[in-house]
Design a protein around this ligand. Structure first.
Ligand SMILES: Nc1nc2c(ncn2[C@@H]2O[C@H](COP(=O)(O)OP(=O)(O)OP(=O)(O)O)[C@@H](O)[C@H]2O)c(=O)[nH]1
Ligand SMILES: [Mg+2]
Length: 376
């Protein structure tokens, strides 16, 4: 594989298997083009800015064999024209892990679909692998189904969760498996290891950061909703605690940071963080739910960013999570110095009187915009 070269990965699987969700979870994936007409035949092509990968999203092929055939033809035609005849390098075949749906039948279908691409490396991806307990069983079932289907160059069976799976207000499962899938995929073309270790590490960290950012975005949005319930002066910010604990745990999981529950609880309950929240809310006389909501969003956002920075440090070996005091003060200091916290404070100072007429989401958006403008 030459440097700067992108691999063409076609993503197949029946409707609802999770193809589009998987593609969306790959960091920096931007749509570059859509090919074909109509809804069922349309094929969208995405390019990752982190990985040397270009994903071709197809529509689920249970619509009909004819539609399936048309889709494959479109992709082939397109890839010939567009990618200097390199065509398709790898197939990602998505099989839903939760459904227990007939793996064998699906694999036969796919086998028919790809027989025009001789010897193409295939990864079987068990999507929606929410239940750890089911993973070995699913891998075995997929293995067995493939062993019945001849002539497939199966390179691996990889369970993933592409997007956080929310069970209830307090419980959700963090995404995983994307880095493994992408690393193994690039290895299919990069036997000479042109992409060296440090570049691979950079890609893995880029992916982890992207996944963690999506968790922080969803947790801070939820915090805004919780914060809209009147919280007197944040002395009672305990309402946010389960959400914060969940977010911190998931970020640590993404980076493989091992810590105790005690550490997370003390971090989230840190008086320093509560005091930051209180001091911002205090700026507004009769603060009310709008201010509380914005502050809750900002605090959870800042906490998330700080935990990401700390986790990256642990991952790179520059921070030791077993030195609890240092570790927690690293995080609380990062919260205090967070640009969004500073921007929230100055927004409140300047717009005190206008707060009641706006909704918290709008305000937070304005705050984020002001930060982005400044950092440019
Ligand atoms: N929480 C969560 N939901 C997922 C995940 N993967 C898929 N889903 C959900 O499953 C449904 C189907 O996923 P899609 O990615 O649209 O499936 P698809 O394979 O692109 O389906 P077609 O485009 O119809 O062929 C959506 O509601 C997704 O949100 C996942 O990793 N986590
Ligand atoms: Mg789709």
């Amino acid at each position: 594989m030459e440097e700067n070269q992108k691999m063409n990965v076609v993503v197949l699987g029946i409707s609802g298997a999770g193809k589009s969700t998987l593609i969306k979870s790959i960091s920096g994936n931007e749509i570059v083009t859509g090919i074909g007409e109509g809804q069922t035949q349309r094929v969208d092509v995405y390019e990752s800015s982190t990985w040397p990968i270009r994903c071709i999203d197809t529509k689920g092929f249970e619509y009909s064999l004819l539609e399936q055939w048309k889709t494959i033809r479109q992709v082939k035609k397109y890839s010939k024209k567009q990618f200097n005849d390199t065509g398709i390098d790898v197939v990602w075949y998505c099989i839903e892990g939760t459904s227990g749906r007939a793996f064998s039948h699906n694999i036969e279908l796919m086998n028919k679909a790809i027989k025009n691409w001789k010897n193409i490396p295939v990864f079987a991806i068990i999507t929606k692998s929410y239940s750890e307990k089911d993973i070995p069983k699913n891998i075995k079932a997929v293995e067995e189904s493939f062993s019945k289907s001849k002539g497939i160059n199966l390179k691996g069976i990889i369970p993933i969760i592409a997007e956080e799976y929310i069970i209830n207000d307090e419980t959700s499962v963090a995404p995983y498996g994307i880095e493994e899938l992408c690393l193994k995929t690039i290895d299919c073309l990069d036997e000479a290891k042109v992409i060296n270790k440090s570049n691979r590490d950079r890609m893995v960290l880029g992916q982890k950061r992207f996944t963690a950012n999506t968790l922080v975005a969803s947790a801070s949005a939820s915090a805004g909703i919780i914060g809209a319930v009147p919280i007197v002066n944040f002395s009672d910010s305990v309402l946010l605690t389960p959400l914060e604990i969940g977010m911190v745990k998931k970020i640590f999981k993404i980076y493989g940071v091992e810590t105790s529950k005690d550490l997370i609880v003390s971090l989230v309950g840190s008086t320093m963080i509560t005091n930051i929240a209180k001091s911002i809310v205090k700026l507004v006389p009769l603060a009310g739910t709008v201010a509380n909501s914005v502050v809750a969003t900002a605090i959870v956002y800042a906490l998330g960013e700080a935990v990401i920075l700390a986790s990256e440090g642990v991952y790179k070996g520059t921070i030791d999570p077993t030195k609890i005091e240092e570790f927690t003060s690293f995080i609380t200091n990062k919260v205090k110095d967070n640009v969004v916290i500073k921007a929230t404070t100055s927004y409140f100072e300047k717009n005190m009187d206008k707060l009641k007429d706006k909704n918290p989401k709008e305000i937070f958006k304005e705050i984020m915009n002001s930060v982005q403008v400044k950092s440019k």
